[in-house]
Every structure is written in structure tokens, then in C-alpha cells.
Design a protein around this ligand. Sequence first.
Ligand code: ATP
Ligand code: MG
Length: 568
Amino acid sequence: MRFSRLLVPTTKETPNDATLASHIFLIRGGFIQSVGGSGLYNFLPLGKKVLDRVRNVVKEELDNAGCQEVSLSFVTPASLWEESGRYEKYGKELLRFKDRKDNEFVLGPTHEEMMVNLVRQSVKSYKQLPLNLYQINLKFRDEIRPRFGLMRGREFLMKDGYSFHADEADMKREFDLMEETYKKIFTRLGLEFRVVEADSGAIGGSGSKEFMVLADSGEDTIVVCDGCDYGANIEAAVRREKTCDAPVPQLGKEKIHTPDATTMEALSKFFDVDPFYLVKTVAMRALYDEGKSQIVLFAIRGSDELQEVKACNAVEANELVEVSEQELEEAGLIAGFMSPLNAPESVRVVIDNALKGATGMICGANEKEYHTTGNTIDGDFDYSDIVAVQEGDACAKCGGTLRYTKGIEAGHIFQLGTRYSEPLGCTFLDENGKAKPMVMGTYGIGVSRLLAAIIEQHHDEKGCIWTKESAPFDLYVMVSNIKDVAQLALGEKVYETLKAAGIDVLFDDRKDRFGAKMKDYELIGIPHAVIIGKKLSDGLVEFVTREGMVKEEVSADEIVSYVQERLC
Ligand code: ATP
Ligand code: MG
């Protein structure tokens, strides 16, 4: 491709809303263009090329693993979402609308219902299973805060795959195969990543793993172990049971006047005990379908923090929201003095697993300005793991030290079971002629997000540094001064010869100054370049590696074979 013919509107201007390197460089490099600044983007020729290359890597590896590509309607009848029970649950991210005949539709944020609908119409027997179908198509999520460019768009490209099996064991086999396949994909794309245990979220089911591209700018906190390969999203991370060096407080069962002790810190000082022996009670309102809601008291140790995703899962709510002091009062609760032990009937209580059987605990009295001491937590409560693992906690697997790191969620695989096949009646006849729901897995990759993830990991202060399999071109060839007949002639020859040899070359034949062209090269970030300049009179050209901007002088006569050797 000749640069003079290519639409690449590079710019020095940093977009106002851009803070991440990938957002800045993808816009400045003329890869993408914002549409109205709200999570919608146009892909310009360079961006489309990168997207297609990434998409091809994904497709090749999936096809290799026996998956089959399909393409589902993006506009989805709401009735399918009603059948699965997700129409209400999904919340405001689901864009709902009506057609001229008043039929309701949604723009697919994910396509479980659609794929199940496809399969239930065409698969009837165990002989047709297993099956793994995928698509690489647009998704729409009306994200509350679209940001960071392609990282969190509203419309974005996702690879979503769904597998169908006669039994659980076969689904697990496929799940493992997908894990291996995803590893191959992210490795080919040149990414440093980690596979971590994940929360299954609104989609339901159990057993899920995320593929986290490691980057300081990542929105996800992941917990990793220094001693073994354990890794988990903070939303799903577990730890070895925590202990406390300070002794259990030897206070009898009493009600004590504690007027100002409304925080864990103040309470710990007041009684001179470690926060490990305090009960922290967090009130949240759990939201359910059909506008139903309930106040829930989550009780944890004073030394812990509530993990909201775990808490939300523990009460199977659609969402947890804050509760005002007035709402608390109406429910018979007093902020700062709440207790899970004698809570009013109308509120639900969930106690952290770590508190089960704890003795000597200090707790609110559910009475203004009072706490109680000497409590044992052994009642007939709902117990669940609802706390966030902290840095320094011990690994449940090996006892090593856990620490936090940041990641970008690039892929997510789930063991779904019959969460969708059952309500949607996606059944097959087994060997004995008995109808059974198919057992499913679901597998996603954020294809457009990957462009951002690659740049987050591979850039410098000047611009992008694309990896081999993601780069928009294999090589950039620049003629420094196109008025120089010898330079231009060599440029044309190198370009035509390498193109004929199957190398995808961007040939910079523009009239612009050398400095401006070099800036564009650094910004766009093609992995290698040949710069034909003044030294050609000495028979030399430059071979440049974008990573580190390493320059080598090469004989002009040998540059074609040199490039072929270096690029293969
Ligand atoms: P997140 O937690 O980042 O919102 P998610 O867990 O809701 O993502 P999934 O439902 O697992 O997303 O979707 C599969 C993949 O699609 C994700 O792993 C991610 O790479 C990508 N993805 C999800 N939301 C977006 C978005 N708003 N923009 C771009 N890619 C996205
Ligand atoms: Mg996910």
C-alpha cells in the first residue's frame, strides 16, 4: 500500500477525554475515530486492518480446535430474553426498543439465548453432539460509563462461542480445550497474560476463568500468589483462613455504652481490641426482579472489607445499592450500632464464613449508642464468603503470600450447565431415547478491546508498537526525499519486490519532510522499517526495529534479502 493513497488522519492532538495510552495513540495514529464521544467508534483503514488481523488469529485457532463460525442476527426478539428470565435481570445495559408493529427487541449484549434458539431448532439427537458454534460480531451494551476508547465501548466486537454437550464431563473437556485455545490466541498476539478464576456474574452457572492481560491501567484487580500459580479476580479470590496474633478479648456477655464508637477504628480504640474481634455490619439494599428489594445486613470481621460482587451473589440479587440512614431507621436499624445477631425480621442477614463459630466478638447492640461484648457467632444464619482477599493474606492453595496486580479482561470462559438450555427447552434425545437438556459452555473474547490491550502493553512515549501478528503492515519503507531519483527508484524496487514476496508493506512515498514521516512511523508503530535516505550515496540504508527504535545500517544491494530474513 502506498501511504500517499491511504486514509490515515494522524494528529498531534490528544483527545480531551483520553487518559490511556491506547486511547490516545489509536486516535492520534488514525486507527479509529470517535462518533459523538459516547463509546461509539468508526474504524478507519489502519484500525480495520489491525482488527481483521486480530480477528483472523482468533478464527484460525478456533477453527483449528473444531469450532464452527456462524453469524447471528444482532437485533434480538425480546421474547427470547423473557424465556430465559434475563429480560428484567440484565438492567439498563440492555438496549430495548420496539419496531413499528410494537414488537419488542433488544440489541444483543451477549447471545446465549440466540444461540440456544438456533440449536434447539436444528439439533435433536445425541449423535449431533458435541457442537461448538461461535461468531465474531458486534455487541451493544449501554455501559453506564463508556471510556478508555476501545477498552470499554458501547458497541464493540466480541467473539462469542457456545458449546453444547450430552453431559457435564464432555462440557468440561471442551472448557479445558477452550482454555488451551485461548492461551494460543493470546500468545500469538504477543500478550503477557494470566488465566484467573472468575466470578460467574449475571450469566449464571459455575466454574469460570478470565484471561487477564497484565497492565497497570487495567480496570480489574487480580489476586496472584507469589508461591504458586494461583490467580483469581478479586471478585472470586479466596484465601487461607486468617488468624490473629492478638488474644481473644476476655469480656463477658454485656451491653456497654459506647456513644462515639461508630467506626471500627473508634471501637477498636474504645475496647482496646484488634479489629479482628469486631463485627462490621454493612447494610445494603438488594434489588430483585419486578421492583422487589430487601435490606441485607452483611456481617464481616472488623479487619476485613466487604466484596460487593460476592455479597450480591450470596443473596442472588440483580444489584446491591446503598441504603440511606432514613431507610435504615424505618427498618429499625441505627447506623454505627447495627448487629446481625438480633436484627429486625424484615431484614436479611448474611454472615461471612470466617465469623462462623467466632468467640469473644464485639458487636453492635441494634440500640443507639450501645455495643455488646462476649458474643459467639454460632446461630442459624446464612453463612457465605463475602470478604475481599487482601494483600499479604495467605494462599489457600500453597500458603504463599497473595498480592494484587492489575489486568484487562480480554477473555472469559464459563461452564454454564443447563442455565439456558432448560428454560429455553433446548433438549436432545439420549441413547435410550430420553429427552435431556443440553449441557453448555460459553466462551467470549473482546476482539476490539484486544487492540487497546495490545497497545497498553506495547507502546512508548512516541506511539504504538504493534506485535508481529497484530501489526497493520509487516514493514514500513520510507523514501526520505522523493525528489531524489535514486532514493525513489530503490524505494519502488524494495516495495514491489517485497510485496511480490508476500510481505505486507506500507510504502511512504509522500512529499512530506523526513521528520514528519518519521513521527508518523513512530506513532503508527509498524514493527520494522526500511529508511532510504542520504546515506544511499554511500550504498547504505537503515533497517529499524520499532521496539527501542534500534537502527542498523544495511547495504542497499542486500536490503531485500536482509528484510526477508529478519521478518520470517
Ligand atoms: P467487564 O467486566 O470488563 O465489563 P464483562 O465481564 O461484562 O466485562 P463478558 O460478558 O465476559 O464481559 O464479555 C466477554 C468479553 O467481551 C470480555 O471478556 C471483554 O473482553 C469484552 N467486553 C465486555 N464488555 C466490553 C465493552 N464494553 N467494550 C469492549 N469489550 C468488552
Ligand atoms: Mg466477563
